[in-house]
Design a protein around this ligand. Structure first.
Ligand SMILES: Cc1cc2nc3c(=O)[nH]c(=O)nc-3n(C[C@H](O)[C@H](O)[C@H](O)COP(=O)(O)OP(=O)(O)OC[C@H]3O[C@@H](n4cnc5c(N)ncnc54)[C@H](O)[C@@H]3O)c2cc1C
Length: 394
């Protein structure tokens, strides 16, 4: 089988791979994106506007986009397709301890701290944005030896000879692929659902830390998107409860701040782990998004970091005539090391510090939240860190 030459092959058409294909449009390189799922499953040919918000692929998670991701999506002409709910304030507190803080968009001088959009809506919006690159659906990368990439489709195998292969194929759990160099099971599962209360959300997100893990309520359309982290057994029980019993458990865990919860969608569960790095870098290849680092969803960093991966890669590729060279790949990894490392440490330490019933740590956390509430400079730094990643570091 003759391998078709192409400058850049992107394996994985999730939100990060799709964003990369859009960002590479004016790079002067030929680009092919292969996505394992069918076009229908991805919502690529649904003929609906992404703003309609109907879920096609059944991924229940909502994604909190940072303000800086909005700026990137605007540059990709994808922003106007997304019906996103702005986050104007974030209330942070801990259960069973004192201390709380309120972070406001005004602390950082931006119109919103972030925006909430369904994973499916984001994916469909990116796919609905006109793209010059070739996208092949139902096409799974099954082999890459540093020279030839083999892709399996319903009609048989395709072979490509890319200068650069970009792995944007997600966490690859159970895919038989090389394990990441660093891997840590959090022994936590995120239970995800849409919930409603009797009160309007006024653009406020709630992040409540509990000894079992963080519980986040993100303003989403007329209600909230819930990300409730718990031990795997408790999460399985929460998913199996009928709606009234689930709402009562949620009320008990979250407290009275929003009154009673009035409705919940079906729940979905996501086991959580930290995965990053590779022991052996395959020549002429780069990993981005979840394929490079899969993070705990606390503070909503994963996609935002992955989008910065894609944006930086496209920026460097635009100036390069040899995007698969060792120099190019090493340059890219160096360019992303600080932001990636900071994102990994930030989320991992939040989980370690806050998912803990130790009374001393509880006191320390309370003092930290109080200090944050009293010090606008500290609040502004934390907000900038969440919005802009490592670029916010002094
Ligand atoms: C509960 C939860 C809540 C989250 N909330 C947030 C949040 O608020 N903010 C935030 O920024 N992030 C959040 N994240 C993280 C975010 O979902 C991920 O970082 C993001 O989806 C990564 O996108 P990706 O395109 O890299 O990977 P994925 O979304 O996993 O997409 C990978 C794609 O590759 C395809 N694929 C896989 N293998 C192959 C192959 N061999 N060949 C071809 N295609 C292949 C898959 O079909 C898929 O379409 C959350 C995650 C979870 C679990």
């Amino acid at each position: 089988m003759d391998a078709e030459p192409v400058d850049i092959l992107i394996a994985g058409g999730g939100p990060v791979g799709t964003a990369l294909a859009l960002a590479l449009q004016d790079s002067g390189h030929s680009v092919v994106l292969t996505e394992a799922r069918s076009a229908e499953t991805c919502g690529a040919h649904s003929g609906e506007s992404a703003a309609a918000g109907a879920v096609k692929t059944g991924d229940a998670r909502a994604i909190a986009l940072s303000y800086s991701s909005r700026l990137v999506l605007e540059r990709l002409n994808a922003w106007s397709q997304l019906a996103a709910t702005p986050i104007e304030t974030i209330h942070v507190s801990q259960r069973g301890g004192f201390g709380r803080t309120l972070i406001r968009a005004g602390d950082v001088g931006v119109p919103a701290l972030g925006y909430v959009v369904g994973y499916d809506t984001l994916q469909r919006g990116l796919l609905a944005t006109p793209c010059a690159g070739r996208r092949i659906f139902g096409a799974k990368l099954t082999g890459f030896d540093g020279c030839t990439a083999v892709v399996r489709t319903q009609d048989g195998e395709l072979a490509f000879a890319p200068q650069l292969t970009v792995f944007a194929d997600g966490a690859r759990v159970g895919d038989g692929r090389a394990a990441p160099a660093h891997s840590k099971d959090y022994h936590q599962t995120a239970v995800v659902a849409s919930v409603t209360t009797g009160q309007a959300h006024h653009g406020r997100a709630w992040e409540r830390f509990t000894p079992e893990g963080p519980l986040a309520l993100l303003p989403f359309a007329d209600g909230y998107s819930l990300v409730w982290t718990a031990g795997p057994e408790r999460a399985a029980i929460l998913c199996a409860l009928d709606t009234p019993a689930f709402l009562a458990e949620l009320h008990a865990a979250f407290g009275d701040r929003l009154g009673a919860f009035t409705g919940a969608s079906a729940r979905a569960a996501f086991p959580l782990a930290l995965r990053y790095g590779q022991d052996v870098e395959v020549p002429r290849s780069i990993c981005i998004g979840n394929a490079a680092q899969t993070l705990h969803p606390v503070a909503g960093q994963g996609f935002n970091l992955g989008l910065r991966d894609a944006w930086e890669l496209a920026r460097l590729a635009r100036d390069s005539r040899g995007p698969g060279s060792d120099e190019f790949c090493a340059h890219y990894r160096r360019a992303r090391a600080l932001d990636r490392g900071a994102g990994i440490r930030f989320t991992d330490s939040l989980v370690g510090i806050f998912s803990n019933a130790n009374p001393l740590l509880c006191l320390g956390r309370g003092a930290g939240l109080l200090a944050l509430d009293l010090l606008p400079i500290a609040r502004s730094f934390v907000a900038r860190r969440m919005i802009f990643g490592a670029r916010a570091l002094p």
